[in-house]
Design a protein around this ligand. Sequence first.
Ligand SMILES: [Zn+2]
Length: 345
Amino acid sequence: MASLSSLKTCSLYLIASLSPMALGQEIIETDNHRLEEVAEGIYFAVGNDTIYTMSNALIIERDNDVVVVDSHITPAAGRALRDSIRVVTDKPVTILINSHFHYDHANGVPAFGPDIEIIGHEVTYQKLTGDPANEKTYLSSLTRFDNTVNRLEQELEAATSNDERSELQQQLEFWRAHVAAQNEIVFTPPNTTLRETMTLYRGGREIQLHFLGRAHTGGDLVIYLPEEKIVFTGDMMLGGISYLGDGYVSEWADTLQALKQLDFDLILPGHGPGIRDLSRIDSVQAYYTDLTEEVRRLKALGYSAEETATRADLRKHADTLGVNQLGANLEAVQRMYDLMDGRSE
Ligand SMILES: [Zn+2]
């Protein structure tokens, strides 16, 4: 399945300098997930490539029920998560928390049924009740998945050995299943929202939800378990550079500064493995600060977004984040230009 994993690197997320890191807790392999029990009754759910999940989820068991954070990319992937939860507990899932509005974290919601409480930031509600099917980040993902299928079909046509053919066939089935799963998507907004903070005390567990400022989107929530010293950060804090196409890069470092005020020793990100090296936050903060300065500098010299994306020099982040090449992501620079010029908010 190594080649499926390598295909996943075509995802939006540039997770640099990461190697899988065991968290030292029990690992439960289900049909579709690797569940890491990061504290008693708390499981970090990572898809195992049998179905395309794209993002991580968190399962929090309470005395009589279960709270889930994020639901993967499609209802089919959400159902796979629901099935994996059944492996560790038969308590009902009563609350689903959305870390943010992005398709790969929120489109699995319908798998959890019509009666569930869905908690998200006010901005997540606005995005998912707005025109989610035409959000550019979602649309570009559909193009990317179609391109992957087309490329694999061509490669299959050109394949010269049986081994190669059967490997490509397997990959094609995986991605075709994911593309077909899009037909089932029903964008489902939160039915409970917050703007700043909320705490759930029920069931022997304190679960804090915090909006710490704009970063990856306008409404990122971090889910903080103070007793266990664990924080689930969605995509506002990954092990490397996040997707910036809906982001607020110039505000991001301040938001991460607010994250540091919480007392935790394990970060569970929306993509990639758990992070115990908290200096990662400093590295990512420094990159967003420098990217902001570099883009402002080049824009002031009159360069277009395309030119700036070619010229931006962030290579001083090579050691920490693997930025070895001159240039920055065009989508990110375009987004920053749009914000600076008032074309976006
Ligand atoms: Zn995201």
